[in-house]
Design a protein around this ligand. Structure first.
Ligand SMILES: [Zn+2]
Length: 418
């Protein structure tokens, strides 16, 4: 059975985004989330990814974007209840310090979002307290293999932690870590990739490789694409270190060749090397075209707007257009909103209305009977990555697509400028 609904839309069309319609869709979803997913201890596992903290972030994001001035106070109050449940959960759980680093699943992301929310509510001392808690996790990930099963990817590893640093810097406009410490974590990530690559027996020209629970993932979720996207987001460290830049660029270009062959990327290296993926590879943010595209977008920004990176983005976006009406649900990790975000990215990169039209078509598809009757309900239907909390971020971003961004992972992020 196909993983996606066939895309019956014409490839191009008039962009029609009614703010009233989109706002009412967002309200309907928020009501459902607040009603069905209470800020309780039992809903806090899974951090930003599927726990209460992710709902808190979605509400914070809506307030920050400013399309709901009349509701911003009540959204913020709700955001506070969700983040405070998540913080309480962290304090009771007794997670090992090195596991607390995790940005998407554990304490790291919860502290980061708490710092953002309390800044927004004007509770500056609390904001500073959680910012400090985030800072203190840094020393844990300064050891190359600080985790047994992969220390570098976005969910639990250094890339996620570094992404949190960028998010906090951007929204709080303050230095999060001393530059030396940041550089150290950046270099440990490279060292880890070089070390693993040297142990692998295959002759592809890719000087970095990472594993997570023994699998050499290629995509955004647990894979090298997510890690490279983050490394590419620190231009000052790259400019200072030409050999690092070389390692990263060669790795990006290896993945680019894989994507050119298939219009997509395999879930892991073994799959890429042993089978033709035409039609088989996943088209998700976590694994596949809808995630790896951000890494190429970042490479395009970083490497002098070299057209080859933009061209591969266009190719991947076309794959998402054809195969991205996913039956797995409305979420951003492996659902229709995640596919839709690809077109917001492409609209921002190219300015072409075609992509905005495509984003709107995907958004509206989630409100059709075909989708509502035919898509599966995800395991965590209210959450940020699998459920409606991510969907509302996407719908919100269609109200102002010029600044729309995949939650927590801004590909256009600049280094700190105060
Ligand atoms: Zn996923």
């Amino acid at each position: 059975m196909s993983r996606y609904f066939e895309n019956m839309f014409s490839d191009e069309g008039v962009v029609d985004i009614s703010p009233e319609l989109f706002k009412s869709r967002i309200f309907t979803h928020i009501k459902k989330i607040l009603k069905n997913f209470k800020p309780d201890e039992k809903n806090c596992d899974g951090g930003l990814y599927v726990g209460c903290a992710g709902v808190a972030y979605a509400l914070y994001y809506l307030v920050k974007c400013g399309h709901f001035p009349e509701q911003s106070q009540s959204f913020l109050e709700s955001a506070k209840s969700y983040i405070s449940a998540a913080l309480h959960h962290c304090s009771r759980k007794n997670t090992r310090p090195r596991n607390q680093v995790s940005f998407l699943l554990e304490n790291g992301g919860v502290y980061a979002v708490a710092a953002l929310i309390y800044k927004q509510t004007g509770e500056l001392q609390k904001s500073e307290e959680y910012l400090q808690a985030y800072r203190e996790l840094a020393s844990q990930c300064e050891v190359v293999d600080f985790l047994e099963h992969g220390s570098d990817e976005l969910f639990v590893g250094r890339a996620g932690y570094l992404m949190g640093v960028l998010l906090l810097q951007r929204d709080l406009q303050t230095e999060i870590l001393p530059p030396k410490q940041l550089q150290h974590i950046f270099e440990k990530t490279l060292e880890s990739g070089v070390r693993l690559r040297s142990r692998l027996q295959f002759d592809g020209n890719i000087p970095l490789m990472y594993s997570y629970y023994g699998t050499l993932y290629l995509g955004s979720g647990h894979g090298i694409a997510g890690i490279l996207q983050v490394l590419l987001s620190f231009p000052s460290l790259l400019h200072r270190n030409p050999s690092a830049q070389d390692l990263i660029k060669t790795s990006v270009d290896f993945l680019l060749d894989l994507c050119l062959q298939e219009g997509n990327i395999a879930t892991d290296l073994e799959e890429a090397l042993t089978s033709s993926g035409r039609g088989k590879y996943l088209v998700h943010w976590c694994h596949g075209a809808a995630g790896v595209i951000y890494m190429f977008a970042r490479a395009y920004i970083m490497f002098g707007r070299n057209e080859k990176y933009l061209n591969v983005c266009k190719l991947l976006a076309d794959t998402v257009w054809r195969k991205g009406l996913l039956k797995k649900g409305p979420g951003i990790c492996h659902g229709v909103a995640g596919s839709g975000y690809v077109f917001i990215l492409m609209f921002r990169l190219t300015g072409e209305a075609k992509y905005l039209y495509r984003a709107e078509r995907f958004a509206s598809f989630m409100f059709t009977e075909q989708f509502q009757g035919g898509a599966r309900t995800p395991d965590c239907p209210w959450s940020l990555f699998e459920g409606l909390s991510g969907t509302i971020c996407f719908l919100n971003d269609l109200l102002n697509p010029e600044t729309g961004e995949f939650p927590l992972l801004d590909v256009f992020v600049n280094e700190l400028s105060i």
